[in-house]
Design a protein around this ligand. Sequence first.
Ligand code: MG
Length: 372
Amino acid sequence: MIAAVLCAAGRGTRAGFAENKVLREYNGLPVLCYSLAAFSPYADEMIVACVPEEEARIARLLAPYPNARTVAGGSTRSESVYNALRAAKADIVLIHDAARPFLSHRIIEACIACVKQYGSGVCALPLSDTVAEVLDGNIVDVPPREQFVAVQTPQGFYRAKLLGALERARADGRTFTDESGVYAAYAEPPRLFLGERANKKLTYPEDFAPAERAGFGVDTHAFREDGDHIMLCGVKIPSAHGLKAHSDGDVALHALMDALLSAAGMRDIGYFFPDTDERFSGADSMELLHEVVKRIESEGLGVRNVSISIVAERPRLAPYIADMKARVAEALGIAERCVGIAAGTNEKLGYVGEGKGITCFATAMLGSQISF
Ligand code: MG
């Protein structure tokens, strides 16, 4: 039998968070949920060590897993693990930092195999940085880094043997940062297996940045008989015909706004700025774009880059592309090199080719906005 022990009783003090970081969301899901999902196919029981004030909140996250339960965490990590081991029934225990949500199935399988073959299995990575011994702000020694590894979790052991080591450490009043240290001091040198760079511990605010999110938008406006200009990306372009629209008809910004809203998982511009609403009659699309940016920023998201493609048989757009880029970059608060604008004709094919209207496509990439 295998038990997964998840250490979730820590505080996010290094990250400067008011709440426990394993309850913070990463890409819309509490960090703890990722480890639960990863261990679920392998563990006969899952035990989460947590502080009493968070027990009810954590218990709700365990609801999908009938074999998962909480135990009271201690004031130190060793105490939390000790309590979990006493509550566990399985003979093999895999101890894991709940703040490492990206552990792979490969790692879990390697950990179990290592315990079965060698009696223990500690996830570790060779160092790529140089390690130095420091005294009062000065380096006093640089040992060969081949002698060192960066220790991750999971760390697997036979429960009885680790429990014995923890009891002896308790009796000696010694504390360790993780179980590999206790096991090395009171049982035997634990066996290493190769970890993964992706299996990092979420520690600092930037570690919680959600994965990037892509969005796509498209819009078409028909030419009308009258008019003397069109608006594209906030730039006024002379044209023998204007575009039919409730707003200023900036078809490129409309596609862009839909791409931004779509990337944020929000409804489209027709929902936020309906053309049945008189407030948006003749609206400046740049102002609407500012409103959209505010909405996505309120979700903790920021714009990484955007790409706009304009398909128009007329007028000639090449002389205006640089101005368009500058206006869009300014509105989004990003560098001009993060705004791509392409313009082309439709080779006289279809409604665009016949000069009946303009179609624009846009994509947007969003990422987290980090605020301290
Ligand atoms: Mg439109």
